[in-house]
Design a protein around this ligand. Structure first.
Ligand SMILES: NC(=O)c1ccc[n+]([C@@H]2O[C@H](COP(=O)([O-])OP(=O)(O)OC[C@H]3O[C@@H](n4cnc5c(N)ncnc54)[C@H](OP(=O)(O)O)[C@@H]3O)[C@@H](O)[C@H]2O)c1
Length: 264
């Protein structure tokens, strides 16, 4: 029997960044709800193996799509891959971060991050949002970050891309409401995924790191209920504190926190 969730957001979901971390957790949980999946990322082997597992364990159809969404023409491939699917849910989750002084970042890496974290969600929500509004039912989840609430020193460009995602999601929440399309901005704090080590952090030295399974589960529970959701009470408290302080103190505290995390 189909779940209420599948009735509302099925029969197909697209998940970007599904080869690991939070996106993989979304894929596992949506398959368990009975949704068919189009899972997208660059690493084909990871997608193939996840698709096989989910098809076997949940009897849903899972299509892997190996695609670099940082590349200029990626939307044409995505549109082609979604062409015959009745998409009810779009999870725009792929992203990555660069940490350290802004002036030391390689310009090509900054450009790639802007393309994946900001340009891709903008184009995906434009094209697939149009499909969702036409069918008059569905949802969009945009993975932002705790860093999307303010500029984070030593993560300047990453936090700016996530601020972009938060503004995009907030506006779409309002725009798409009359079309019966729910929008949720997911704003995770530190989550135990490949992203931590890729950014040079040691999860064993960090406190309050959440599991990607919990982050994805709470996001799905809050879709259709809220505009933005941040998993973790300590993340919510820290964000409230930073944004309640005079901005110059908040920025100094954010920088101190980032320096401490990078030293560990
Ligand atoms: N982990 C955290 O502490 C944390 C905190 C706040 C927000 N977030 C956000 O959560 C989202 C998921 O990250 P994660 O923590 O789950 O990290 P992750 O395990 O590194 O997952 C990132 C995903 O994005 C995909 N991706 C990266 N570049 C891509 C590209 N050019 N084209 C297509 N797919 C690409 C990766 O797949 P391939 O490498 O196979 O392409 C992978 O599936 C990101 O938007 C991240 O900014 C994470």
């Amino acid at each position: 029997m189909k779940s209420d969730f599948a009735d509302r957001y099925g029969p197909w979901a697209l998940i970007t960044g599904a080869s690991s971390g939070i996106g993989e957790a979304f894929a596992r949980q949506l398959a368990a709800e009975g949704l068919n999946l189009l899972i997208c990322a660059r690493r084909r082997e990871k997608l193939d193996s996840l698709a096989e597992q989910l098809q076997q364990s949940h009897g849903v159809e899972v299509r892997p799509l190996a695609l670099d969404i940082g590349k200029a023409g990626f939307m044409a491939s995505l549109i082609e891959a979604t062409g015959d699917l009745d998409l009810g849910l779009v999870v725009s989750n792929a992203g990555f971060g660069l940490k350290g002084p802004h002036i030391e970042q390689p310009p090509e890496a900054l450009g790639a991050m802007l393309a994946v974290n900001a340009r891709a969600p903008m184009l995906i929500t434009q094209a697939l949002g149009e499909q969702l509004t036409r069918r008059g039912r569905g949802g969009i989840i945009l993975t932002g970050s705790m860093e999307g609430y303010m500029g984070f020193p030593l993560s300047a460009a990453y936090s700016a891309t996530k601020g972009f995602v938060h503004f995009l999601g907030e506006a779409l929440w309002q725009e798409l409401k009359p079309h019966n399309v729910d929008v949720l901005i997911l704003a995770p704090g530190s989550t135990d995924t490949e992203a931590l080590s890729k950014q040079g952090f040691d999860k064993n030295q960090m406190s309050g790191v959440m599991s990607p399974e919990r982050v994805a589960r709470e996001a799905l529970q809050n879709l259709g209920r809220r505009r933005i959701y941040m998993p973790g009470a300590s993340n919510r408290f820290f964000t409230w504190l930073l944004s309640s302080l005079p901005r110059k103190w908040g920025l100094a505290m954010a920088e101190a926190g980032m320096r401490a995390a990078m030293r560990r």
